[in-house]
Structures are given as C-alpha cells and as structure tokens.
Design a protein around this ligand. Sequence first.
Ligand SMILES: Nc1ncnc2c1ncn2[C@@H]1O[C@H](COP(=O)(O)OP(=O)(O)OP(=O)(O)O)[C@@H](O)[C@H]1O
Ligand SMILES: [Mg+2]
Length: 228
Amino acid sequence: MIRFYHVFKSYNRDAYSLSDVSLSVRPGSFVFLTGASGAGKTTLLKLIIREEVPNKGQILVNGQNVASLPVTKIPRLRRSIGVVFQDFKLIRTKTVFENVTFVLKTLGFDLKERRRKAFSVLKQVGLQHKTHCYPLQLSGGEQQRVAIARAIVNDPVLLLADEPTGNLDPDMANEIMNLFSKINMHGTTVLVATHDRDMIQRMSHRVITLHQGRLVHDTLPQGRLDSH
Ligand SMILES: Nc1ncnc2c1ncn2[C@@H]1O[C@H](COP(=O)(O)OP(=O)(O)OP(=O)(O)O)[C@@H](O)[C@H]1O
Ligand SMILES: [Mg+2]
C-alpha cells in the first residue's frame, strides 16, 4: 500500500525535514504517526499525495511510484485517498454539503446519490443538522468534522488524517477515532498523524515515531503482529 525507500525531503538547503525514511504500511492496517512539532509528520503525508516531491528516494503508493507520477495521473491518485488536512482546507464559499460532495460531483454522481452519501457521512460525524451552513458559521471542531466527512465520503482505499482530533473535545475525539476504526475494519488503510499520546495508548495500533525528520521508532502493540 505505502512504501518509502530511503526518502529525503528538504524545503531548503539547510536542513532535511525528512531524512532517510524507509517504511512500509500494509493494506488494511491502522498506523499512528507521531513526533514533536516539526518532526516531519505533515511532510510525510504530503509526499504520499504528491503535494510535495522527495529530493531523494522512492515512494510507492498502491504500487505507483508517486514521485515520478505524470502530472495527469495525480488527480486519480488523490481520488483514491481521503485526506483530513491539518488546516481543514474547506472552501469558504461553499456549504457543508457542497464541500463534502465536491469530489462526487466531479466524478459524475447525480444529486440524489450525492445527497444520500453526504447525509450518511454527516450523520456519522454528527453534523447532519449543519448541511446548509458555511464553514465560517461552524466551530473549529465542527469544521474539522466536515473535513473528516469529506475525506471518507467516497470510500477511499487510504485515509490520511493530520491531527484530526486537535480541535475536538475528548468525547468527540473518541467518537472520531472509533469512526476511523470502523472505516479501517471495512478495509480502508488508515494513517493518522497525532501528538495525542493518550489516544495512541488507548488504541492499540502500530506507532511510527519521527524525530527531527528521522524515523526513530516503529512499534507494534503488544500481542499483535498483524498490523505491519
Ligand atoms: N513549505 C515549507 N517550506 C519550508 N519549510 C517547511 C515547509 N513545510 C514544512 N517545513 C519545515 O519542515 C519541518 C517539518 O515540518 P512538518 O510540517 O512536516 O512537521 P510536523 O511534524 O507536521 O509538525 P506539527 O506537529 O507542528 O504539525 C519543519 O522544520 C518545518 O519548518
Ligand atoms: Mg503537521
């Protein structure tokens, strides 16, 4: 599903944001990515969706070498991946419904089907009553949940979430993580970048730790050998 081979990424010549990172994530697994602020978590996720390209090394996503993927093939790669960005990236001029179903529209789903899918995911994140609101009329946590709904609306094979519970109260954070687990149980590979140590401990999953751009720990929960 995801493979990094000796990946290096620097935004400027002074320092590497990722340095010699090699890892492999199996289809269907649930993996946490952690490390201090600036460790390189967001950079790693951006490389997977080809928002950034590495300076050195190879990255395979679903068998495709994303670093050398022709530009015309990038939209297709991204359509198979649901992404919850750290800054949400909601479109301010579009309603919750329009934000959530934007991709479905470009894929040719009719209004009835878009409504059905949007209602289903908005219900899952507890926002079915906010369908016609604009992002700026929502709280930070609600915006975050809209971003989550948008990421899962098209049943992605891979879900990447960058601090998806950062703005949520503990109960809502738990609910969202349970939702991710449910999605994972239906076969979607899930990669969650987070600082939240309590949550990582509560949910027994593989944990990859970055420190100053290097992969320093890769641990499986005790008693589980199947998530690699
Ligand atoms: N667009 C950019 N231009 C220059 N440097 C960048 C850029 N994006 C990230 N960096 C640098 O790369 C390093 C890793 O950043 P990254 O955003 O990947 O960290 P992070 O682990 O996601 O941190 P946080 O937990 O704060 O979100 C940081 O030192 C950051 O300053
Ligand atoms: Mg980040």
